[in-house]
Design a protein around this ligand. Structure first.
Ligand SMILES: [Mg+2]
Length: 382
């Protein structure tokens, strides 16, 4: 019950990348322009309008760094018997990501020990978000990569951009032997981890609580819950946090709007906002995922992702969030094959998902003779 389903974890990462790649060519383009270019129904397939068809953006890059840091945190926790390292490892991972964007920062000593950073394909500048960049530059100036600067208690800024939520889905992956086995406690831990990961760079409650909701919802989906149920449980957890009102109101509006089902137009979707902020991006991704109900899962995913990206706002982030949710809900069999084969970074995504399945599964690596946790099993060769 508590272990995440491996295929759904892969679905979550791959679905997010697919939604990101689908939305990237039309990020911030007015819906009238999208229709003029792609037809009345809007964009339906990958397009090479900006980079190459199937190319992902910073959303997917940062999501992968989130996953890697949480794998590292789990290894440490198992090996040393103490938790609490995750926020520092996440911060160091995001600094590595900043380096992949070609940004110059003071020496941090973070170049080794990361498989992701060692991959040349990860070193591509893909529209890095302004808040992520400026917050990480501030962090980098201190040269203490593993000591978190921003937290819920001590906000690093007042940003509620969607750069926190769009990378938070893997915070719903971990199975932690240190958290009491009850579902409510584990979901609470996933929410808190999602919020903490976002608060490293985004200090406004709507910037980090939206990330908590995504993580807690993914947590439920990976363990077999229906989307509506997983979301309801995450929203209940959300309400226990100070400053939740804006995010709660956005989600209420998203759930209500989703009842319009397939009749939902981009203009109606835009009543939820442009998706540039955390709570709006979450609302649009959630609304699209909930709105499409009937049909084979693969058809549901296709229609929902098209709905999630065809609007005048932050299409790659709303597509990414919707894809995280649907991939976690249905697994890889529901993701259209040509979208899977055509998405950039697919081999790396598969590697990260397999590593997560191993570390967070029932058979995490230990030394057969000593029983010790091999602290370098994940970083070997990096
Ligand atoms: Mg992006």
């Amino acid at each position: 019950m508590t272990f995440p389903d491996p295929d759904r974890m892969l679905g979550c990462l791959l679905g997010g990348a697919i939604g990101d790649a689908l939305g990237a060519p039309i990020e911030g383009r007015p819906i009238a322009e999208i229709r003029a270019t792609y037809g009345e129904a809007g964009l339906a397939e990958y397009s090479d309008a900006r980079v190459r068809a199937g190319a992902v953006t910073d959303d997917t890059q940062m999501t992968l760094f989130t996953a890697e840091a949480l794998i590292q945190a789990s290894i440490r926790e198992r090996g040393k018997g103490i938790g609490g390292a995750a926020p520092g490892l996440l911060q160091a991972a995001y600094l590595r990501w900043l380096r992949t964007q070609g940004e110059e920062i003071p020496e941090q000593g973070i170049e080794t020990g990361s498989r992701l950073f060692a991959q040349p394909e990860m070193h591509q500048r893909r529209g890095p978000g302004r808040t992520c960049q400026s917050a990480l530059h501030t962090i980098a100036a201190r040269r203490r990569p593993y000591v978190p600067l921003g937290s819920l208690e001590e906000p690093i800024n007042d940003s509620k951009g969607c750069g926190g939520v769009m990378r938070a889905a893997p915070a719903g992956f971990p199975f932690s032997p240190r958290v009491p086995a009850g579902a409510a406690e584990c979901r609470r831990a996933a929410f808190a981890m999602g919020a903490r990961s976002a608060a490293l760079t985004h200090g406004h409650p709507s910037g980090y609580l939206s990330a908590g909701v995504l993580a807690a919802t993914v947590w439920g989906l990976l363990r077999g819950a229906d989307l509506a149920d997983a979301l309801d449980a995450a929203r209940t957890e959300l309400e226990t946090y100070e400053g939740h009102e804006e995010t709660s109101a956005s989600l209420n509006a998203a759930v209500a709007l989703a009842r319009e089902g397939d009749a939902l137009t981009p203009e109606r979707l835009e009543t939820l906002g442009g998706g540039w902020t955390g709570e709006e991006a979450l609302a649009i991704g959630v609304c699209a995922a909930l709105a499409v109900r009937d049909g084979e899962p693969v058809d549901v995913v296709r229609r929902a992702l098209r709905l999630a990206v065809n609007h005048s706002g932050d299409s790659d982030s709303t597509g990414s969030i919707c894809g995280n949710l649907l991939g976690a809900r249905y697994g890889t069999a529901a993701l259209p094959g040509h979208w899977q084969s055509g998405v950039e970074l697919r081999p790396i995504i598969i590697q990260v998902a397999a590593d997560a399945a191993l570390e967070f599964g029932p058979n995490a690596p230990t030394d057969p003779e000593t029983g010790d946790v091999p602290m370098n099993w994940h970083a070997r060769g990096a």
